[in-house]
Design a binder for this molecule. Structure first.
Ligand code: PMP
Length: 428
């Protein structure tokens, strides 16, 4: 492959081409490249493949529909009904009866756009509050809500009315405070700005929040930060949108991450792992009081993918039967404990995560500057040892680990050993 790289990839300049491999086939937690090398996959399509590659039952359920009915636009179908029932069944009891489901496929960004548009329609307000370091997608509006300034200029900054507030990123406190002087001042800032009649921000249509910033560097939001934002938005009657595109469908150990904060959001955005095996589908689930769109107000051609619906319904069955959420919690604890030998490593700034979504932030021991070059060396070392991992966060200095949620104990051990060795060799 290395001799013909240019012929394999899209010729567009924007393709990152970070890892020098082309993939041929996948099976469970493994992928094989076109040259026959086998890798453990801890990227899993950026969290899309919750049940690994080609899960046999899910793939069979999806394939069945390819011969019967592949696409049905907005017609009701048995596969769609089963998918809807499966998704609603995974919601906590209090929420299930009052949530509506809207298909906004096929991508996460489409669903984020839909969530914001719905909140604007329902509240008749124009502003939106979002958080520094967040990522919500590459469409025009979703990118405008994202923190990555370099990707927005000068395009998405043209979307008006997005206001950014600090996120609870304690390893690099946005307010420069030390942990012992922290009183969740990041939430204070939002609270004061929204409550102050001279705060300069008209009441927003929505507050859009990731409970674990994924692309931003795997940063779980602090519990008191999230709970303060929930009570503030409730008080001021501002819909709270949780972007669970990456954290949802079991990734953090509960079906949705918000469950771990004991809050009820007004809108949940879900996509990536909804079908379990990477067939595109995206939805928003929202409180019935926001159900203000008239028929036809929000459409989309690819909202009727029957194979994705069948796969999504089957995925929920497999989660229940195999107790996959319990596996996420156990294998997550195992992974964290295997990484404990890195806790005192001089280049390791912080190890953090939830469930099977982990990040190892690397920083220069002297300056504490994000160590992107070292993270890139770790990624490349791991690849040569047979492990695919992703990077994210400031200057791509965070090594991100996202195994399949049904990963086996021995695969976690093998991968953790490679990561420890990769960091020890790449950050002497
Ligand atoms: N929201 C979050 C939290 C994400 O992580 C992503 C994708 N990484 C998106 C939205 C956008 O999803 P998509 O790439 O499917 O448009």
């Amino acid at each position: 492959y290395l001799d013909h790289q240019e012929q394999w990839e899209s010729n567009a300049r924007s393709y990152p081409r970070r890892l020098p491999i082309a993939l041929a086939e996948g099976f469970g937690s493994y992928v094989k490249d076109v040259d026959g090398n086998v890798f453990i996959d801890f990227l899993c399509g950026a969290g899309v493949l919750s049940l690994g590659h080609n899960h046999p039952e899910v793939a069979t359920a999806a394939a069945g529909h390819l011969r019967v009915l592949t696409h049905a636009l907005d017609f009701p179908t048995p596969a769609k009904r089963e998918f809807l029932d499966a998704q609603l069944s995974m919601l906590p009891d209090g929420l299930r009866d009052r949530m509506k489901v809207h298909f906004c496929g096929p991508t996460g960004a489409n669903a984020v756009d839909a969530a914001v548009k719905l909140c604007k329609t329902a509240t008749r307000r124009g502003n939106v509050v979002s958080f520094q370091g967040g990522f919500h997608g590459s469409s025009h509006a979703a990118m405008a809500l994202s923190g990555l300034v370099s990707q927005k200029e000068p395009i998405a900054d043209g979307v008006p009315g997005v206001h950014f507030f600090p996120y609870s990123y304690c390893a690099r406190c946005p307010l420069g405070l030390a942990p012992d002087s922290c009183e969740t001042n990041c939430a204070n800032l939002l609270e004061r700005s929204l409550r102050d009649p001279n705060g300069g921000i008209a009441k927003p249509a929505a507050v859009v929040l990731e409970l674990v910033q994924g692309e931003g560097g795997v940063i779980p939001a602090r519990r008191d930060f999230v709970r303060r934002i929930r009570s503030l938005t409730q008080d001021l009657d501002i819909p709270l949108v949780v972007d669970e595109v990456q954290t949802g469908c079991g990734r953090t150990g509960t079906w949705f991450a918000f469950e771990q904060y004991d809050i009820e959001p007004d809108v949940i955005v879900a996509s990536k792992a909804l079908s379990g095996i990477g067939l595109p589908v995206a939805i928003i689930l929202y409180d019935q009081r926001l159900d203000t769109w008239l028929p036809g107000a929000h459409t989309g051609t690819f909202r009727g993918n029957q194979a994705a619906f069948a796969a999504g319904a089957e995925t929920v069955k497999v989660f229940r039967r195999d107790n996959v959420l319990e596996n996420v919690r156990r294998r997550g604890d195992q992974l964290r404990s295997r990484l404990a030998t890195l806790d005192d490593h001089p280049w390791v700034h912080e190890i953090r995560g939830r469930g099977l979504m982990w990040g190892i932030e690397l920083a220069d021991p002297a300056t504490k500057a994000p160590a992107g070059a070292q993270a890139s060396a770790v990624q490349s070392y791991a690849l040569h040892q047979g492990l695919i991992i992703e990077l994210g966060g400031r200057d791509d200095s965070v090594v991100r680990l996202m195994p399949p949620l049904n990963v086996a104990e021995e695969v976690i051990d093998q991968a953790a050993a490679i990561i420890v060795e990769a960091i020890e060799k790449s950050c002497p």
